[in-house]
Ligand binder design. Structure first.
Ligand code: 1CP
Length: 337
């Protein structure tokens, strides 16, 4: 498995490749299946369909890794917060005010279909293709739980609560850390080969809160899972963390770090400990434009990371308006000598 070799510290040329949101609305075969299932949540909770969707991009493009088709908000839903995806508007949850509504003991039963999806995908996937399990980082998941929706105002309720009632936020984060450990352990037991923590909104917190709400909970998750599963590899994605990148990698103990679009590779490499594995960070907009600019940027990134263990990816997810041909073009450019 090329992805695992690199996560173990090997440098390979060309690098392994997978793309955030590689299964999704830009693919006609995804849209077709989505129509038969109705809404997005039903898809996530249907192991037959979710497994098929996970495999769709692998069949079409031959990436080196599949990522479980699910969502970071399945965990809050499993904890008892109601969740829906309004068409074209993203997730909606009733903003969490009382932690007593959360029922961690019920969660494994509710996310059981997702774990079954992991089992099915691993059984169907070729042995050389890795399966990535994932969860949201606790701070990012807490943002959605407290604000009840996406980032329209940079999670103003969460950021206000972080000052007015930090104990409440801390307690929620503790619940999320414990639940995330169990959820990710279940994915590993079902066959996930490595894990990724999507801390997509870590960049909205000032440094001290970043340490308290992002670094400390992440370290707890990483330490616990690595203690139970020696050799397990974990990729962190502290999006928009800026100059705190090096501290995040050192203090959390993640094996690999996903870089966002605005991070300069050379500066990232210089700020992280020797041995860090890097993943990223092509601008997703280049997948929309395609052509020469895409190919040039792909080669430039490959060169920038040639002296470190490196996994090719985007700096954020594929957008629904990407022409499927451009993904093939990206992979061909990357794998060309
Ligand atoms: O069909 C549809 O309309 C649903 C669109 C969709 C899809 C395909 C959503 C809603 N989630 C997903 C799948 C998904 N989400 C995956 C599957 C695997 C893959 O990458 O192919 C993963 C890993 C996620 C993770 C996720 N969900 C993140 C972290 C990564 C990131 O993009 O930063 C976040 C923040 C979410 C929340 C979410 N779910 C869906 C949307 C539209 C959003 C973002 C809402 C916002 O703007 O805040």
């Amino acid at each position: 498995m090329k992805l695992l070799q690199v996560l173990q510290g090997e440098k390979t040329s060309p690098p392994p490749v997978w793309l955030m949101r590689q299964a999704g609305r830009y693919l006609p075969e995804y849209r077709a299946l989505r129509q038969t299932a109705g809404d997005f949540l039903s898809l996530c909770l249907n192991p037959t369909l979710a497994a098929e969707i996970t495999l769709q991009p692998i069949h079409r493009y031959g990436m080196d890794a599949a990522i479980l088709f699910s969502d970071i908000l399945i965990l809050p839903m499993a904890l008892g917060q109601s969740l829906c995806f309004a068409e074209g508007e993203g997730p909606r949850l009733p903003p969490l005010k009382n932690l007593a509504v959360l029922k961690p003991h019920h969660a494994p039963e509710i996310y059981a279909p997702v774990i079954e999806t992991v089992r099915r995908v691993r059984a169907e996937l070729a042995p050389e293709v890795a399966l990535i399990g994932f969860a949201g980082g606790p701070a990012t998941v807490a943002c959605y739980m407290l604000d009840g929706k996406g980032s329209t105002d940079h999670f103003i309720r969460t950021r206000t609560l972080a000052y007015e009632n930090p104990n409440f936020v801390e307690t929620l984060l503790k619940i999320l850390v414990d639940a995330t450990i169990l959820y990710l352990q279940a994915q590993v037991d079902a066959g996930a080969d490595c894990l990724m923590l999507f801390e997509s909104w870590s960049g909205i917190f000032p440094p001290d809160q970043f340490r308290q709400f992002v670094i400390t909970p992440t370290r707890r998750i990483v330490q616990s899972l690595k203690f139970t599963n020696p050799g397990l590899k974990i990729i962190g994605f502290p999006r928009l963390c800026g100059l705190l990148l090096g501290e995040y990698v050192r203090a959390t103990g993640v094996d690999a770090v996903g870089l966002d679009t605005i991070t300069d590779p050379t500066i990232a490499i210089a700020s992280c400990p020797v041995g860090t594995v890097f993943q990223g960070n092509l601008d997703p907009l280049l997948l929309k434009t395609g052509g020469k600019p895409l190919e040039t940027a792909v080669r430039k990134l490959r060169d920038a990371f040639q002296n470190v263990p490196y996994i090719f990816n985007l700096g954020h997810g594929i957008t629904p308006d990407v022409p499927p041909m451009h993904v093939a073009q990206l992979i061909a450019a990357l794998r060309a000598a």
